[in-house]
Design a protein around this ligand. Sequence first.
Ligand SMILES: [Zn+2]
Length: 284
Amino acid sequence: MTRFAGYRLLGCPTCQAVHAVANLVSFNLMSFETWTDGQKVHALFDHREGVRQCASCDGVFLERETLFMGKARTRWRNDEEPYEIPAFLLRPANEPVWTVQRLREKLGAFFAWVMRGGLPAPASTHTDTGTSSAAANDTYVEYPDFCYVPDTALAGLIMHGSQSDELMLALRKLYWRYLNTPYRDTARRLIEKGRDPTVAFMASELQTSNMRELLALLTKYRPEAVVTRAEIHRELGEFTAAVELLAAWDGSDEEANTILKAARQQVAAPVPVVYAWQRKTPMA
Ligand SMILES: [Zn+2]
């Protein structure tokens, strides 16, 4: 079951535009179809490898590269209840010297804080002009969602090349799955006709070069992602490397077992992973 409690306010790392992201308390990762390359079809929740796009400046970044600005109960900017009690309001009660003058100062600071939209002041010093006063007048405005980068934009972003390695890793992983999608459509048709679809898979030059780049990034930054690395070796036709990686791995799950079985059969095609709860329906 997917539920959420409030929102996190996250700022774009480039232009600092604030976006609201629902706080997921528990979420359902179940999908109708899961493939060995990690593609989930009809998933209730797709994280898209954390790749997000700013609704304001169109910058592309990872969600963990955003600036944490605070929490909110609703996504409305004029939320009457402050979502976070500022430190200067918590402090006075414990302070020994407590005068009317100080109380007036604290209240003045509090109202200034509310007028700024209840947002903690951004790190840069020149924010009390322009943007923040415009934001204060903007009552009843919703914080936007981050945009999701569509598959069709991936090639352009990868070619652009100025991304951080971590972002490039995420982009290439999405691109890998996207390039496998035409095969998935073919495979479904062939499975329906009771034929072996795996003979129809032939990695193109583009797929091969993307997989090689992705594998290099994974080996450098995610050596622990053994199952994914083994799957890429397998799709590149390097079955021995795939089997060796998985044989030395001390984990075991349905994805890994499916990949190992296909590698031993020298099958390079992406394969649907069939989970125990799905076995009621016969599937290849
Ligand atoms: Zn931005």
